[in-house]
Design a binder for this molecule. Structure first.
Ligand code: NDP
Length: 313
């Protein structure tokens, strides 16, 4: 069976940065890019807060740059998804796309996180028929139409702002009486005439045939002012946070109560010796491209030290 000194799982800023560092340290890492090469940033528009890009950069382009940089130092970047991994003994054995296997002396898990849904049956019913968790992927289909964005964080504001430049009207459905987003993002949303924020509002269902034509909402739920409201919309966008992608680990690494991989102090070491975690999969707090890249760097340095300490050549 093929063996690598370092298997990197995932191709967001954490994975590619780990690949750059590990390649430059002559570790010859193998990186599997997963279902969405480049990760979540490939679906964002402009990234304005990554140091080094004073004019901002398109997310897809930035990930292409990171990818090229990893390749330049010889990282072995491969298409494929790690569907299972056996961490019970070293070398670890990873299964790719359910068939090929590879042995790894060390592993860096940088599989990121995926968009959360509300859990309504209607979200499944209308999947691809008006329900989306990515405004930049699907916004184009809603030009001059009416859409709703669920959530009150930075992502929701960013998506609502983006959609307001395409759609004629954007509702934001916010369950609290305030936006959690940063002041600058709130400001951007408030400045748009065609964004209407519905505070204290929850979605209980969607309607329409065959595609979404509206949403059933409840306002001031559980209070004397509780009332129902239906809005007519063509698109329903979820922006309520993300779930770390750890299912393939099958419970072999310790996770925190929200499902993020636990790391040891300021290192990227997980509960399993030789397995390290970087980026959104292990970061419930910061979840930024730059912090993910920083963790990827730390993970590669932790791998390098582990290989030396264990005399693995
Ligand atoms: P957040 O966790 O910050 O916000 C999630 C939002 O969704 C909150 O308003 C939350 O409501 C709401 N929500 C969660 N679950 C439900 C539910 N079941 N029903 C209704 N509403 C729900 O997630 P984000 O994805 O917005 O941001 C994640 C991190 O990424 C943050 O740290 C953010 O700052 C960062 N980020 C930064 C950006 C930038 O700097 N340009 C862009 C995008 C993200 P409640 O407030 O009630 O919990």
């Amino acid at each position: 069976m093929e063996r690598t000194k370092c298997l990197i799982i995932g191709s967001g800023p954490a994975g590619y940065t780990a690949a750059i560092y590990a390649s430059r340290a002559n570790i010859a890492p193998v990186l599997y890019e997963g279902m969405q090469p480049g990760g979540q940033l490939t679906t964002t528009t402009d990234i304005e807060n990554f140091p080094g890009y004073p004019e901002g950069i398109n997310g897809f382009e930035m990930m292409e740059d990171l990818r090229k940089q990893a390749k330049r130092f010889g990282a072995d970047l491969r298409t494929g998804e790690v569907t299972h991994i056996d961490l019970s003994k070293r070398p670890f054995v990873a299964t790719i796309d359910g068939d090929t296997t590879i042995e790894a002396e060390t592993v860096i898990v940088s599989t990121g996180a995926s968009a959360k849904y509300l859990g309504l049956a209607d979200e499944k019913k209308y999947a691809g028929m008006g329900v989306s968790a990515c405004a930049t992927c699907d916004g184009f289909f809603y030009r001059k139409k009416t859409v709703a964005v669920v959530g009150g964080g930075d992502t929701a504001c960013e998506e609502a702002h983006y959609l307001s430049n395409l759609a004629s009207k954007v509702y934001m459905i916010v369950r609290k009486d305030y936006l959690r987003a940063s002041k600058v993002m709130q400001q951007r949303v408030m400045e748009k005439d065609n964004i209407e924020i519905l505070f204290n509002t929850n979605t209980v269902g969607l309607f329409g045939s065959p595609a979404v034509e509206g949403a059933h909402l409840v306002q001031f739920k559980g209070t004397p002012e509780e009332k129902t409201l239906d809005i007519d919309i063509d698109g329903f966008f979820l922006a309520i946070g993300h779930k770390p992608n750890t299912d393939f680990l099958g419970g072999q690494l310790a996770l925190d109560e929200q499902g993020y991989i636990k790391t040891d102090g300021f290192t990227t070491a997980t509960s399993m010796e030789g397995v390290f975690a970087a980026g959104d999969v292990a970061d419930p707090r910061y979840r930024q491209a730059i912090t993910a890249a920083g963790m990827g760097c730390k993970a590669a340095l932790d791998v390098e030290k582990f290989l030396v300490d264990n005399d693995i050549k």
